[in-house]
Design a protein. Structure first.
Length: 118
């Protein structure tokens, strides 16, 4: 095996212009359709879990002065956190469906081209 030839080909491939392959384009479209829903659901879910945690801390008198007002405020925060965490998945599914619907035609067309080539 000629190692000089292999090395030269590897270096040349780094500097050669790269054409975007259809599979790479398909993966990018798929990622583009799914990424906004994932980012939103992680962010919203984490924020609502933190709201739930603050509500638990207030109602269990871990933070605050332990008065009835803080206890009630803790219950309100806890309920809001529970509602928010419960709604995260349905919101994610709706956003994911909208993203898939937006890019559906492009993805199907590109997938058909890839299948027909092989």
């Amino acid at each position: 095996m000629n190692t000089d030839k292999t090395y030269a080909e590897r270096i040349a491939s780094e500097y050669a212009t790269k054409e975007t392959r259809k599979v790479v384009a398909l993966k990018k479209l798929d990622r583009k359709a799914k990424l906004p829903a994932s980012i939103f659901s992680y962010t919203f879910g984490i924020c609502m879990a933190l709201v739930l945690g603050v509500g638990m801390c207030l109602s269990l008198k871990v933070i605050g002065d332990g008065s009835t007002l803080w206890f009630i405020l803790g219950i309100v925060f806890g309920v809001l956190g529970i509602i928010g965490v419960s709604l995260t998945y349905p919101i994610y599914k709706k956003m994911l469906d909208n993203g898939k619907k937006k890019y559906r035609n492009d993805i199907i067309e590109l997938a058909k081209e890839i299948v027909e080539e092989n």
